[in-house]
Ligand binder design. Structure first.
Ligand code: UD1
Ligand code: CA
Length: 463
């Protein structure tokens, strides 16, 4: 007997007030629908059907790397109608069907697995995943007759007494494929003009099917995204979940409430993360690192014992062991910082390789450069890599010393162990072990300023 999953994602999502389909809004850098697809993929189902509206190529594009069957719901006529569209793609299949809303992104695979296990153990035909909430909310209420489930009543339809019910519908169900035929019996809800999937519950009960509702998760996991506020809350729940996971695995946070880490990031033990740090995409941080405040790291690999000082931005780059970057540094894509290298205050690096132990401690721009091991880049050094048409390379070989305020006009190469005097504009290759200086010789005019001071005084006394 197979396991089939259906994700309903054809709703209008009007409460988001957005030009983007609701399920494509992102939480921690990942579209809502991808969170759901990833949670069910881990169950290894025979088929994943996603129900979308006719003009939804954006959703299909966003999932094109996944193995998914799309079902089209012609008009947004409610959740029951959406499941009917999916049922056509399951025609002739026998087994268990897991139905989820495309807007419930934080559900854990383990919770889904527990629902399936409970469903089978209790031999139910229809099982509802429920949770309890306090206060005002718009979830469907689970109405019980004694112990047994009798119906789900939608928030808008609930009479006064029913409004108080705390057990609510997560919009996630497990049913036997035999229950899908009950969808035909669902009538249109006069208030909203939609076919409510939730009506399947009372119909199943009436038909003598075993129906159960199981509190297997809480609001932090089963929150449904209808509004921007829900989206923000879900982001905060997920943030807490991710940070808690890293705390357990041996990572320290000075203030866990101000740190944002994407779901696919990896961090090794004994790393300390200060407030306002954002680590995104497929980033990996080694062990024993210190990441100081206000730093953003995107799609980058950071080795062991690396220090990243305050207010630094690192994009698609690699930082090797024991290097130090920042404060106020910007590593732009395709930069590699060697082991024990130091990239200091206000240094911008683009598509460059910085050798082991090399230093650029202050106010530099190094673009399209290859900097050898143990090179010292003086303050204010700039690689002039762009002539308005082409980008060219600067090569500085091992052990060179580049004096402060040097411009290296690429393409240009400074040979191994060479020195460049401060304030030089280097336009020609420098041979190994040479000293290159290109500044104009200094001239001193003795007494020049004293003469000028005399003139100034006589002028002001006239005034
Ligand atoms: C639904 C449930 C409610 C539950 C809540 C949990 C119904 C009638 N109500 O309410 O009991 O507490 O989820 O979050 O089912 N969709 C379609 N086609 C449609 C309408 C909706 O595919 O015509 C999809 C939406 O894209 C969404 C999901 O179904 O992913 C749920 O629809 P939504 O309108 O958000 O339902 P809720 O009002 O949240
Ligand atoms: Ca919803």
């Amino acid at each position: 007997m197979g396991l089939f999953t259906v994700i309903l994602a054809a709703g209008l999502g009007t409460r988001m007030k957005s030009a983007t389909p609701k399920v494509l809004h992102t939480i921690n850098g990942k579209a809502i629908i991808r969170h759901v697809v990833d949670a069910v993929t881990a169950l290894n189902p025979d088929k994943i059907v996603v129900v979308v509206s006719p003009g939804s190529s954006m959703i299909q594009d966003a999932l094109k790397d996944k193995r998914i069957t799309f079902a089209i719901q012609r008009e947004p006529k409610g959740t029951a109608d959406a499941l009917r569209a999916a049922a056509q793609k399951l025609a002739g299949k026998k087994g268990t069907v897991l139905v989820l809303s495309g807007d419930t992104p934080l559900v854990n695979t383990s919770t889904l697995q527990r629902l399936i296990t409970t469903h089978k153990r209790k031999k139910e035909v229809l099982s509802i995943l429920s949770f309890t909430v306090e206060g005002d909310h718009a979830y469907g209420r689970i109405v019980r007759d004694g112990q047994s489930v009798a119906a789900i009543i939608e928030a808008g339809d609930a009479a006064q007494g029913l409004q108080q019910i705390k057990e609510v519908n997560s919009g996630i169900y497990v049913m036997e494929s035999s229950a899908l035929k009950l969808l035909r019996e669902i009538e249109i809800n006069p208030l909203k003009g939609e076919y409510y999937l939730t009506d399947i519950v009372s119909i199943a009960v009436r038909n003598g099917f075993r129906v159960g509702s199981h509190v297997l998760g809480d609001e932090t996991e089963l929150t449904g995204i209808n509004t921007r506020r829900d989206l923000c809350m879900a982001g905060l729940y997920l943030r807490d979940r991710i940070v808690s996971k890293w705390l357990e695995k041996g990572v320290s946070f000075v203030d866990m409430k101000t740190v944002y880490i994407d779901p696919d990031v990896e961090i090794d033990i004994d790393t300390i993360i200060y407030p306002n740090v954002i680590i995104e995409g497929r980033s990996t941080i080694g062990k024993g690192c210190v990441i100081y405040p206000n730093t953003r790291i995107v799609d980058s690999t950071v080795g062991n014992w690396v220090t990243i000082k305050d207010s630094t931005i690192i994009e698609s780059s690699i930082i090797k062991d024991a290097a130090s970057v920042g404060p106020f540094a910007h590593l732009r894509p395709d930069s590699v910082i060697g082991a024990s290298a130091k990239i200091g205050n206000f240094v911008e690096i683009k598509k460059s390789v910085i050798g082991n132990g090399a230093k650029a401690s202050h106010l530099s721009y190094l673009g399209d450069a290859e900097i050898g091991a143990n090179v010292n880049i003086g303050a204010g050094t700039i690689t002039c890599n762009y002539d308005g048409v082409n980008k060219s390379k600067t090569i500085i070989e091992e052990g060179c010393f580049i004096g402060s305020d040097t411009q290296l006009v690429a393409p240009v190469k400074v040979g191994k162990g060479a020195y460049v005097g401060a304030g030089s504009t280097i336009t020609k290759d420098v041979p190994p072990l040479a000293l290159a200086v290109s500044r104009a010789p200094q001239r001193n005019f003795d007494g020049w300023a004293a003469g000028r001071a005399c003139k100034k005084n006589s002028k002001s006394s006239k005034g």
